[in-house]
Design a binder for this molecule. Sequence first.
Ligand code: FES
Ligand code: FES
Length: 227
Amino acid sequence: MEDEREAKAGLVEGDEHQGVAGVTMTRRGLFRSTLAAATSVALNGVHAAPAPASAESGSHAPRANNLVRISVTINGVAHRVEVRSDVTLLDLLREQLHLTGAKKGCNRGECGACTVMLDGRRVNSCFVLAATLEGRRVTTVEGLATGDSLHPVQRAFIKCDAFQCGFCTSGQIMSAVGCIEEGHTGSNVEIREWMSGNLCRCSAYPQIAEAVETASAEMHGGVHGTV
Ligand code: FES
Ligand code: FES
């Protein structure tokens, strides 16, 4: 039971990976499933430009210009975009759509700086292929506030002074939204466990946990909707 809880919280090192959405999976398995989904999109005829003849045409050579067209809703706005089949959600957000709230820390699913919500569940966006996003719904930290009104988690992070350099903060905030909506806020220890996939080099963990606790109390009052 303890092992299972640690695995779900992303505490187990090695080849296992728990994005942040409560699903345990090996890194190899996760890569396989996302690659399979991307291939499925291409084979189902969405769009895949033929790869040009190249000297690097061996089995491991990248297929340049292998493009996939997807429709995805980001922060409530419908986007029709064309992406290379190897582009991650994080790079789609940052490089193509110029939504730079999600940060690129490790770029390999270990730090949580790139956390966003995908269909209402928190994920490491550096670990999601953009080509798998057809018809899906993404919320980034830019989409949390309602007009001038900050989300309760954003307000709580400010109130509790839950950051120093701020690099990890957008990921912490998105993860906190997921943590609260998943109901993992029963105690300070539980919050720390379910936020453990989000690293903070400045070690603002006590304030982050306090902010999650504060926001949870407000959100359970039904003040803010889901994302
Ligand atoms: S940048 Fe995605 S987990 Fe570190
Ligand atoms: S506030 Fe600096 S890394 Fe978290």
